[in-house]
Design a binder for this molecule. Structure first.
Ligand code: SF4
Ligand code: SF4
Ligand code: FES
Length: 361
């Protein structure tokens, strides 16, 4: 006798029937059906927290009706989900107005102004939530932190704790934590709240998960206009790992980078990829043509002159001391095809296995 293993659940979302995996959360089913709900405390890389309650939805299972947080609750067979009932919509608007009352004016939000509309203000706009519906209760102060990379405007913090979770659980850096309790809580780093003196690796993950303007890229903020910013999907040129990034440009000028969350690297970047992978494009020291050293000084040369010199010197060394007197170093910044050609050149052209690549280290 065989036991049938069920690997699909039938779920109905806003009247649309879908099949989803047996370990799916209600949020997965909602998104698979083409709907969405605000998820201010949720980053799929670190899993659900269930704290902001923005994703609350109406569900019906076996005739029983209840409201569940879509990010934490599991979907079940024949579950019916309603994402935007009047009461839930009204409830989300009230939560958003309470959150807005704890933060500075949306008109000055650094993320909305310089990058793209942040998640909090996108949801506020969608639900018609007003900033001044409740008395203002801004209690968190901007951090006095002279690090060159991360701007910390905690007057926009909504205590979602995505930043501390991504720093501790995803990055495993443990640079920031929650300090204080209740309304007085704030995000801080040990011991004096200066990121440069903390275990922070400046990976930028906290910036990228923050759903508000509380954390932004200090190198760019205030220097771009969100509506003019264009994003081009590419790969970080810094090393052989090849993390996905978006180049940010304005009027054709390179302004910075953001991680590409759809890439296999899932948004992770190191400090170079996040904050510096684009700067050498403008460097005065960048090589743009061949240089040949004569009497201790480099002089501009044509490609023919450079290649003739390389041929003469390489052939000379090989004939004089044998092919293993030469070594070829390939570059992690080159494409795979160029690296392939380099090892062919070493093995077949020169006749040595002395070929290596800096991304091996
Ligand atoms: S930049 Fe990275 S390591 Fe530093 S606080 Fe943010 S998440 Fe943690
Ligand atoms: S700084 Fe941003 S990510 Fe961190 S708790 Fe505040 S709102 Fe959330
Ligand atoms: S996203 Fe589900 S409770 Fe915050």
């Amino acid at each position: 006798m065989t036991t049938e293993v069920k690997n699909k659940l039938n779920v109905e979302v806003n009247g649309i029937e879908i099949g989803c995996g047996t370990e799916s959360r209600v949020l997965d089913a909602i998104r698979a059906a083409g709907f969405d709900v605000p998820t201010l405390c949720y980053d799929e890389r670190i899993g659900p927290q269930g704290t902001c309650r923005m994703c609350l939805v109406d569900v019906e299972v076996d005739g029983q009706q209840q409201q569940v947080a879509a990010c934490t609750a599991f979907a079940s067979e024949d579950m019916k989900v309603e994402t935007h009932s009047d009461s839930i919509t009204d409830y989300r608007k009230t939560i958003l107005e309470l959150l807005l009352s704890e933060t500075s004016s949306p008109a000055n939000c650094p993320k909305c102004l310089s990058f793209k509309k942040c998640e909090l203000h996108t949801a506020a706009e969608e639900y018609g939530a007003k900033w001044d519906a409740f008395p203002s209760l801004v209690v968190r102060e901007k951090a006095e932190d002279d690090n060159p990379f991360i701007q910390r405007d905690y007057d926009y913090c909504i205590s979602c704790f995505r930043c501390t979770n991504v720093c501790n659980d995803w990055e495993q850096a443990g640079a920031i934590t929650v300090e204080g309790r209740g309304q007085d809580n704030s995000i801080a780093s040990f011991f004096n709240n200066k990121l440069l003196e903390s275990p922070c690796t400046f990976c930028g993950q906290c910036i990228n998960t923050c759903p508000t303007g509380a954390l932004t890229d200090k190198k760019i903020v205030g220097k771009t206009k969100a509506e003019d910013l264009e994003r081009t999907k590419t790969v970080c040129p810094y090393c052989g790992v090849g993390c996905g990034i978006h180049l940010l440009t304005e009027d054709g000028k390179l302004k910075g980078t953001e991680p590409d969350f759809s890439a296999p690297s899932r948004g992770s970047l190191c400090v170079k990829g996040q904050f510096a992978s684009w700067e050498f494009v403008k460097s005065e020291e960048r090589l743009k043509y061949p240089l040949i050293k004569e009497n201790g000084a480099f002089k501009r040369a044509s490609w023919d002159e450079a290649l003739d010199l390389i041929t003469e010197r390489f052939t000379g060394f090989r004939d004089e001391s044998g092919p293993d007197s030469l070594v070829c170093w390939s570059s992690a910044r080159s494409v795979t095809e160029a690296n392939y050609l380099m090892q062919k050149f070493a093995r077949i052209g020169i006749g040595t296995n002395n070929i290596d690549n800096c991304s091996r280290t």
